[in-house]
Design a protein around this ligand. Structure first.
Ligand SMILES: NC(=O)c1ccc[n+]([C@@H]2O[C@H](COP(=O)([O-])OP(=O)(O)OC[C@H]3O[C@@H](n4cnc5c(N)ncnc54)[C@H](O)[C@@H]3O)[C@@H](O)[C@H]2O)c1
Length: 364
């Protein structure tokens, strides 16, 4: 029996979901939602979608067709309204990351999914890749002993297209891209994050209006430190999208070097060692694996991996880092309810003495 889905948002990311779902015989798109005419037309002309199947609003699509789930590929600010409407209509939701750009909104969505007893999964596709999957297994097996730190360096020429929310809105490199890496920190290290301390800035040649470079140090339960260093507007050598990782422990070091894994032990040992560790084969690529997990969770009536409830913990890393950057101090995740407006109230603007970073010169 196929699962009937409505694809909401026909922008840049949606095409890859359209193609991924087409390869899965269990999914059938019964409707599409897109308010922006040029994107409607592109979907008709380039993706081959029938014009009659595209609706300007989710309510129109819901009225036109019976569906089981929504695949939400809209910008973060639209996620809550779409999820709440879908849950109200009894549909499950597979929502693009980040869950939301507001913590109270994210919490309302999690509560609504629970109340409606619907599956709500967030598309943290990075963690489904072979490198994080293998690294998580190795860390768990104790290859480096009890890890003391994980250090991630990420240098990318990120989101270089004028006009998009990625370049127009503040802190997008941290909130939109960082969430992938922060979620992987939790997944690979089994980390429970307690606090964040962060600093962000922009370069004069950058193309993002918001800060697109940062250093963040996360304090985790058990003493683990997770350090994330990112530059989103590099003009030179780039890391892989996963970044370069270095996991330090008393038995040695696990590194990801352009997505290859190496274990090394070169000091205080009779036998110096540096060996590449083959990646565990994965049956499916990131997006296909997510879709398969979402469908399995619906059929088995269980919470999926990356449920929105679990994803709140990854999102809390983003919000703790963001509040720390704004307040110039360490921020504990336990403070976030107070700092971000709790559950359902309007977010309180964080006070900052820091002068706003200069808007970067726009690319011509
Ligand atoms: N997982 C990943 O690796 C990955 C990669 C890229 C983007 N994304 C995420 O996908 C989401 C969409 O990103 P994008 O790059 O496609 O953005 P986009 O701006 O290119 O596309 C968004 C589309 O949603 C439409 N839209 C806006 N509000 C809507 C509403 N209320 N109902 C229906 N449609 C609406 C817009 O008109 C637009 O066509 C974001 O949350 C982004 O972070 C994830």
């Amino acid at each position: 029996m196929s699962i009937k889905a409505i694809l909401v948002g026909l922008g840049g990311r949606a095409k890859s979901w359209f193609d991924t779902a087409k390869e899965n015989s269990e999914v059938e798109f019964v409707g599409f939602v897109e308010p922006f005419k040029p994107n409607q037309e592109r979907a008709v002309q380039q993706w081959g979608i029938a014009k009659a199947q595209i609706h300007p609003k989710l309510s129109d699509a819901l009225a036109a067709e019976k569906a089981d789930c929504v695949l939400d590929v809209t910008p973060p600010a639209a996620h809550e309204a779409i999820a709440l409407e879908a849950f109200k209509a009894g549909l499950h939701v597979l929502g693009e990351k980040p869950l939301s750009d507001s913590r109270p909104s994210a919490k309302r969505m999690v509560a609504a999914a629970k109340a409606a007893k619907r599956r709500h999964m967030i598309t943290q596709n990075y963690r489904f890749g072979a490198t994080p999957r293998t690294a998580a297994r190795l860390v768990k097996s104790g290859i480096v002993g009890k890890p003391g730190s994980v250090d991630i360096a990420f240098f990318m020429s990120w989101a270089d297209a004028p006009g998009s929310h990625y370049v127009e809105k503040p802190y997008m490199f941290l909130t939109d891209m960082g969430i992938h890496h922060f979620d992987m920190i939790r997944y690979v290290m089994g980390a429970e994050v307690l606090a964040a301390q962060g600093l962000s800035w922009n370069y004069p040649w950058g193309w993002h209006k918001g800060d697109a470079s940062h250093v963040i140090v996360f304090d985790c339960k058990g003493g683990l430190k997770a350090v994330h260093r990112g530059i989103g507007c590099t003009l030179g050598y780039r890391t892989s999208w996963n970044g370069e990782w270095r996991i330090e422990g008393p038995e040695g070091t696990l590194t990801w070097e352009r997505d290859k894994l190496f274990f090394s032990r070169e000091h205080r040992t009779p036998e110096r060692k540096r060996q590449e560790i083959p990646l565990d084969p994965q049956p499916l690529g990131g997006q296909s694996a997510i879709l398969a997990e979402f469908l399995a969770a619906i059929k088995e009536n269980r919470a999926p991996e990356c449920s929105s409830e679990d994803n709140l913990k990854s999102l809390d890393m983003v919000f703790a880092a963001l509040e720390s950057i704004k307040l110039h101090r360490e921020v504990k995740t336990a403070e976030l309810d107070k700092l971000t407006g709790g559950n359902g109230k309007a977010p309180k603007a964080a006070k900052s003495s820091k002068p706003k970073s200069k808007p970067a010169r726009k690319k011509k």
